[in-house]
Design a protein around this ligand. Structure first.
Ligand code: ZN
Ligand code: MN
Length: 484
């Protein structure tokens, strides 16, 4: 299965990921507190998410729906009955001393997701998807530790893959794909910087053909770069141990981003250590027909499929298609421009080129910019029909951003329309000839050099509006007429 082999031959490496995705619901999973990142610490809390005695959880169905939407998109079998359990452990960020999670009956199992690594598509199996609550956030400041319980009870979807990846690059690609998927589905912002998506990994190495080795868990892989670096470091570390005749210890390690290495955190606990037992305060969840319908309604064409379709039906290259499908809103926008009659190749080039530059410069998002899909389509149609040329199109693009008006209106108001009209060009050329008698004499005498100069003068006089091709033809015709 490995697409890139570990650095030493004779070995095989296996990587599985556990990805936690915070679901973007209005309220928390088991109480009515606001689910929002960045608020004043400990302002979105109540007896339920603080785990006070006597308080009772009740399930937020929207969290369940969003979790199901992802599980379904990842081709999982959806459970007819899923159950919540208590996962017991003691830590200051967990005021109840247990986390409500799913163990025996997760909501989705046996799925898969396709990822693209170096242009190759690879399938990674999904072991399961389950729903749980997030813990609070510890903040370590000097010799003090603080805890913010706003995050406690944030709905968390855990996606567990099979160990189908071999190297850090594949794991990084999977994280990237899942991020795009949850954003396409509109269930999470997938922001790793803010902790909306977090990743732990299982890594093992063995002699080639011997199957899985002794598993090491790595925590704290909280950027896609760390996923790649941490895993590749760990694979190499294990290869060296085994190659040296040693045995890899089953343990949990942390990625230390300052030292670029993994370090021991603790020896690994087993599922038994968590003393899972059914959550007595929550009934099993049985999705009914209406619920399943809403899960189906939440499905969209996934980013990789959309990318492949852009390549095959619009004839644009994979790289460009990847740019266009990175965000669903951009892909939607592109398709709208094409539907309005624009040539897909031209629309793609403009979107990833001049339009993107303009967005970067102004700091505006495409979907919020004055350049609606209809406006870009109109601009590109003027370009295609020869009413404006490339330079004018760029100027018009600037004006749309500046004035928030339709290109058609701007063209008229600013007098930008290209001069293709024969009579107008003839007048222009006659004026230019009169003003540049020496250059005209040279041309008539057989010296071709001043041609460029005359074209330049005419373009200048027309404020860039003369159609360069028609203008050149007109100048040649005028010269012929004078020769004769
Ligand atoms: Zn609460
Ligand atoms: Mn978990």
């Amino acid at each position: 299965m490995s697409s890139a082999a570990p650095a030493k031959t004779g070995f095989e490496s296996f990587v599985g990921l556990e990805i936690h995705v915070q679901l973007s619901t209005r309220s928390k999973i088991f109480c009515g507190c606001r689910n929002r990142y960045g608020d004043e610490p400990n302002t979105n809390v109540c007896p339920v998410c603080m785990g006070l005695p006597g308080s009772l959880p009740s399930l937020n169905e929207e969290a369940m729906r969003k979790a199901h939407i992802v599980a379904r998109a990842l081709n999982c079998e959806l459970a007819g009955t899923s159950m919540f359990e208590r996962k017991n452990y003691f830590y200051p960020d967990l005021p109840k001393n247990y986390q409500i999670s799913q163990f025996a009956k997760p909501l989705g199992t046996n799925g898969y997701v396709d990822i693209s690594v170096g242009g190759q598509v690879k399938r990674v199996r999904i072991h399961e998807c389950h729903l749980e609550e997030d813990a609070g956030k510890m903040i370590h400041a000097g010799d003090m530790s603080l805890v913010d319980y706003n995050r406690t009870g944030t709905p968390l979807l855990e996606i567990v893959t099979e160990p189908d990846m071999a190297v850090g690059e594949e794991a990084e690609a999977l994280m990237h794909e899942l991020r795009r998927i949850v954003r396409y589905l509109g269930v999470s912002d997938g922001n790793m910087d803010e902790g909306s998506m977090r990743c732990d990994a299982n890594v093992s190495v063995n002699f080639e053909g011997k199957g899985l080795g002794r598993k090491v868990e790595i925590k704290n892989l909280n950027s896609s770069r760390f996923v790649r670096l941490g895993l590749n470091y760990e694979i190499q570390r294990q290869i060296e141990i085994i190659a040296g005749g040693g045995t890899v210890a089953q343990e949990t390690r942390l990625w230390n981003e300052n030292r670029d290495q993994t370090v021991v955190m603790r020896s690994k606990e087993n599922a038994n250590d968590y003393r899972y037992f059914p959550e007595p305060d929550l009934p099993p969840f049985r999705p009914d027909e209406a619920f399943l319908k809403s899960v189906e309604a939440g499905q969209v064409e996934l980013p990789l499929a959309r990318l492949q379709r852009f390549v095959s039906s619009f004839g644009i290259n994979g790289e460009l298609a990847a740019v266009l499908t990175e965000e669903r809103s951009t892909a939607d926008y592109f398709e709208e421009v094409v539907r309005s009659g624009a040539d897909p190749g031209t629309a793609a080039a403009w979107l990833s080129g001049d339009v993107q530059k303009k967005l970067n410069k102004t700091g505006i998002k495409l979907e919020e910019s004055p350049l609606t899909a209809a406006r870009l389509a109109s601009l590109l149609s003027m370009l295609a029909s020869g009413r404006i040329h490339g330079k004018l199109a760029k100027k018009l693009l600037d004006l749309v951003f500046e004035k928030n008006e339709d290109p058609e209106k701007l063209l008229e108001a600013e007098g930008l329309e290209q001069i293709t009209d024969d009579a107008a060009l003839e007048t222009l050329v006659k004026e230019i000839f009169a003003e540049n008698a020496v250059a005209v004499e040279q041309l008539l005498g057989g010296d071709p050099k001043p041609m460029g100069f005359l074209i330049g003068q005419a373009m200048k006089k027309s404020a860039g509006r003369a159609d360069p091709q028609a203008l050149t033809a007109r100048i040649r015709a005028e010269l012929e007429a004078r020769k004769g």
